[in-house]
Design a protein around this ligand. Structure first.
Ligand code: NAD
Ligand code: TYD
Length: 352
């Protein structure tokens, strides 16, 4: 049995990853370490504890990745770390970058230290750091030939991206200085179930169901490369199992869309008029375009996206939010924050 410590496993990508691993790796057991910040939601994982296929292989620990006392005993029980816990929303980082530095930089530092000192100084077998294409900065719209490769200079533009870049550099230093078996992934924008409705797709879909307009920043021409979250999960697991330590792997969907095209596609799927678009002031420092060259992970590890094809994958995701109104209404109303207290309080096995 391989034990994975997944940090941030109650968030959007983390909860999809926890399910993905439990369903696809019967010889893996999971410790899910999550502080349950505003974006951590145990309703994303509802049912796992009771599922007889998973119950003995899944454990939730409520805690902070910066809490070194908590980390030490957990890392002694861990073979592979999958580090996803982060403050993840650009707009929040513009309002206040302090939690971003605390969790993304200092939290990653604490986790790296604990992973290195675990197992009586032998350390964990693998440490996968889940990062983002946003560390590379922004590409121009008039150069469609340019894409981010793993060799593109790190030039983050938002406080979020800067904090992730700092964490990437700590991971790099851990490899070079301490020979830690680290791997870094840098992925493009994800879509799929259980995404916190502050991010553009779930925000727009849920606004429209509520009869509200959708706030499109600036001229709407900014481009993002969209990847289905389960393709991302599969890529992370592939890197964890087959990647070369010390390497960075870009992950992308080869699926570039302008925000205006994305918004129109959502409106069309939902049968809403384009007059529901509300142009609003642009985001400060808004990166123009992200585009990923994912040829390295395909060439070396044989991974390619299979679930991200447009527009079907987008339509499936839009329909998931339409069918799961109870989930996002709890999030938008804040009711999900009570779920932990009712269902879990006192049941976590911290450092057991
Ligand atoms: P999310 O905000 O949905 O989830 C983050 C999770 O981390 C939450 O469950 C939260 O409670 C937890 N967390 C935050 N601070 C913590 C702390 N100090 N200790 C323990 N847990 C803490 O984010 P997401 O979209 O699922 O992103 C997950 C990771 O993937 C992040 O590292 C992010 O940078 C990266 N990423 C995201 C995307 C994307 O499109 N969403 C793309 C590329 C990379
Ligand atoms: P977001 O989902 O916040 O992801 P990221 O900033 O990490 O790419 O935003 C995706 C794109 O959508 C980005 O270009 C900003 C834009 N956007 C809007 O136009 N309106 C919104 O209300 C939000 C949240 C984002």
């Amino acid at each position: 049995m391989t034990t994975m410590l997944i940090t941030g496993g109650a968030g959007f990508i983390g909860s999809n990853f926890v399910r993905y691993v439990l369903e696809n790796r019967p010889d893996a057991s999971i410790i899910n370490l999550d502080a349950l910040t505003y974006s951590g939601n145990l309703e994303n994982l509802a049912g796992l504890d009771e599922d007889p296929r998973f119950a003995s292989r899944y454990e939730f620990v409520k805690g902070d990745i910066a809490d070194r006392d908590l980390l030490a005993p957990l890392l002694d029980r861990t073979d592979i770390v999958i580090h996803m816990a982060a403050e993840s929303h650009v707009d929040r980082s513009i309002l206040d970058s302090a939690p971003f530095v605390r969790t993304n930089v200092l939290g990653t530092q604490a986790l790296l230290d604990a992973a290195r000192h675990s197992h009586a100084g032998k350390g964990v077998a693998r440490f996968v750091h889940v990062s983002t294409d946003e560390v590379y900065g922004s590409l121009p719209l008039d150069r469609p030939d340019l894409k981010f490769t793993e060799d593109t200079p790190i030039q983050p533009n938002s406080p979020y991206a800067a904090s992730k870049a700092a964490s990437d550099l700590l991971v790099r230093a851990a490899f070079h200085t301490f020979h830690m078996p680290v791997l870094t992934t840098r992925c493009s924008n994800n879509f799929g179930p259980y995404q916190f409705p502050e991010k553009v797709i779930p925000l727009f879909v849920t606004n429209l169901i509520e009869g509200r307009k959708v706030p499109l920043y600036g001229d709407g021409k900014n481009v993002r490369d969209w990847l289905h979250v389960l393709d991302h999960c599969e890529a992370i697991l592939t890197v964890a199992e087959k990647g070369r330590v010390g390497e960075v792997y870009n992950i992308g969907g080869d699926n570039e869309r302008s925000n205006l095209d994305l918004t129109r596609a959502i409106l069309d799927i939902m049968g809403k008029g384009h007059d529901m678009i509300q142009p609003v002031e642009d985001r400060k420092g808004h990166d123009r375009r992200y585009a990923i060259d994912a040829s390295k992970i395909e060439r070396e590890l044989g991974w390619r996206p299979t679930r991200s094809a447009w527009p079907d994958a987008l339509e499936q995701t839009v329909r998931w939010y339409m069918a799961n109104a109870e989930w996002w209404r709890h999030v938008k109303s804040g009711a999900y924050r009570e779920f932990y207290k009712q269902q879990y309080s006192g049941r976590e096995r911290v450092g057991a």
